[in-house]
Design a protein around this ligand. Sequence first.
Ligand SMILES: Cc1cc2nc3c(=O)[nH]c(=O)nc-3n(C[C@H](O)[C@H](O)[C@H](O)COP(=O)(O)OP(=O)(O)OC[C@H]3O[C@@H](n4cnc5c(N)ncnc54)[C@H](O)[C@@H]3O)c2cc1C
Length: 381
Amino acid sequence: MEYFLSEEQKIIKKLAKRISDEYVSKVAIKYDKEGIFPRDILDLLAYTELTGVYIPKEYGGFGGGVMEMCLVVEELSRNCAGVAVSYAATALGAYPIILYGKEEQKKKYLPKIAKGELIAAFALTEADAGSDVSSIKTTAEKKGDYYILNGSKHWITNGGEADVYVVFAVTDKSKGPRGISAFIVEKEYEGFYCGKKEDKMGIRASSTTELIFEDCKVHKENLLGREGTGFIVAMKTFDRTRPGVAAMAVGIAQGAYEHAIRYAKERVQFGQPLSSFQAIQHMLADMYINIEAARAMLYSTCRMIDSGAKDFSKESSACKVFASDVAMKVTTDAVQIMGGNGYVKDYPVEKMMRDAKVTQIFEGANQIQRNIIASEIIKEY
Ligand SMILES: Cc1cc2nc3c(=O)[nH]c(=O)nc-3n(C[C@H](O)[C@H](O)[C@H](O)COP(=O)(O)OP(=O)(O)OC[C@H]3O[C@@H](n4cnc5c(N)ncnc54)[C@H](O)[C@@H]3O)c2cc1C
């Protein structure tokens, strides 16, 4: 399908595809098996300047937006979503700075993130605060020029690998969500430790860890936005980064679909290739229809966001839900088409099915996205 990308967007997509096919595909199974963080691939993305595609020009980036970020994530995910999420989590950490950073904060962090010299992360979730993020317990108590952070975060992508973390903490317990603030925390700050690394079902090349804050001193200069605006910072960031999860899902689905077609044409049963059986053909046709629908929804959401629209929570959540459900269905069907070979680690679709699952869970589980969409559409009519 023709998506009428600009010439620059086509170049970005083509370059990301090349890196994905020539480099990511070679390491995907090994990195997944051994849980290796893809620093070499991130270095390559930095070398080719793809790390800066969504960073404004005045801070050393290419000056693109959510669309450019998603094109890179989609292409990397065609071969390994674990690699893609390691790249995307830096965008998740960078967007709060792009949106709410003071000029000095932007100048300090964004050019280095654009060059790939800094890896970022976003730390909101806690053990008792997943879907219910407003109930986080990590505290930030102001003492003189510093905030003292205490508590822990769970499930943090790029944990232990990132240089800079956007961390959400409670500055005023009495105010509920309006008492949450966001801080920029650098990896070497005193009292900041990385905890347990999670042993995950999928996206195993990415690092997901606990973070621990024990009297961690963060200078007031590192407060992001105003005190008490952390919940808004998080929600406005998610509006821009949930399409990144959709892009991951579209890429995974596309990768599984391509493997399934090739396999169906080669594998012969009953004297004919699998691709000659109508039951298989219909599965392939449904994969195509669903992937193109998800991609169309993703790209139009990206265009809406990048056009400067004010409110796009509904569209952002909808493309995340649709694409992640498509990825789960397509990868499950790809395993089915490949029969026993789909179910073993020698072929990539087994990994793709495991990788797809998380797209229905993180950046707000799909049930929560449906809650967001429902509340928006009910308000509209
Ligand atoms: C691999 C991975 C990486 C992650 N990376 C990050 C990261 O970088 N930074 C970060 O801050 N967080 C991160 N997360 C956390 C992620 O965003 C949460 O896991 C997610 O929001 C769900 O929270 P939970 O796991 O606590 O599930 P819970 O909130 O316990 O929910 C469990 C189930 O109940 C459902 N549920 C909960 N409440 C409702 C409701 N009101 N109505 C209907 N259903 C409901 C959910 O949809 C879900 O299916 C990551 C998670 C994973 C698995």
